[in-house]
Ligand binder design. Sequence first.
Ligand SMILES: [Zn+2]
Length: 362
Amino acid sequence: MKANLNLGSVAGIKIKVHWTFFLLIIWIVFDQIKRGGNTESILYNVAFIFTVFLCVVLHELGHAFMAKRFKINTKKITLLPIGGIASLEKIPESPKQEFLISIAGPLVNLLIATLLYFTIPINDILNQNLNDSLQFLARFNLRNFLFYVFIVNIGLVLFNLIPAFPMDGGRVLRAILAMKMNRVKATQIAVNIGQFFAAVFLLLGLLYNPILIFIALFIFLGAYGENQIVNHLSILKGHKVQEAMMTDITTFNPNDTVSKVLKTIISGTENNFVVLKEAVIIGILYHKDIIENSNKKNWLVKDIMTTTFKVLQDKDDLKKVYELVYSESNSFFPVVKQDQFVGVIDYVNLNEYLLIQAKLSH
Ligand SMILES: [Zn+2]
């Protein structure tokens, strides 16, 4: 089952909605029916949820457009029932850039709230006595609708600025810390504070609102993952591709048969292969293509190889490989030295290298 539904794209950024989002809509409809709601109230509430998520998309676009100013592209924006995620191609290492990209999202909501503040008489509503405003707010009209959108945007600003890394506020905190100390230490502090908040969310979630449990989980896993990335990048700093590449490898030529490739896969541990023609790299045999075509034993390597691929230089930074592994769908790259094929590097090897280096640096 496809997990995400494509909504289209804005400025080249795909906007996707996760299928669980529709559970939220169904839940809203059922909740309204249970409360004795009519068609009007159901439509009103569903329209409200869509508007809230439109504000979330605008928030994520705020991050994406700011990132674009620093030449960082955004692969996609995904909407989940608990909010949105903008998947940036990489996380900026410059604290100033991270600060601006992180703050841009909440600023969008602040802007929406400010516009609404001047469009509808927020003060009138807030200055009424409580009973009057409750009665007034129970009506389904445009003014109330916009009032709730105002409240939600204020909520989005405050919630996102909680310093729970990797939420926006936590990123802002890391960026500020990283201006004063090294990034590994800044991340560690931000992660510790983030995990404290995650524990608070978990507790509040168990007591009051299960959505907070998901957010706690998101913070725990997100913080762990990013802390690891920062540690890895610091371990890899200054190291070159040639130190971690595999050189003891099998290559094929374009006229080898698929059945020969299958024998190699079964008898050894290699999964992906470089295809050479007179010592020049002309293609890559990816494991999934080999398996998919494994019943076509008379086919040749050239029939199933991929001809568009990235090539690394032996003197490239290993950091670059790390970023590629996380941004490309394939994590197997041939390495050349002055245009001569010298080896390959993949995700598994990079990880092994990291484990060894981490041990050495302790
Ligand atoms: Zn955000």
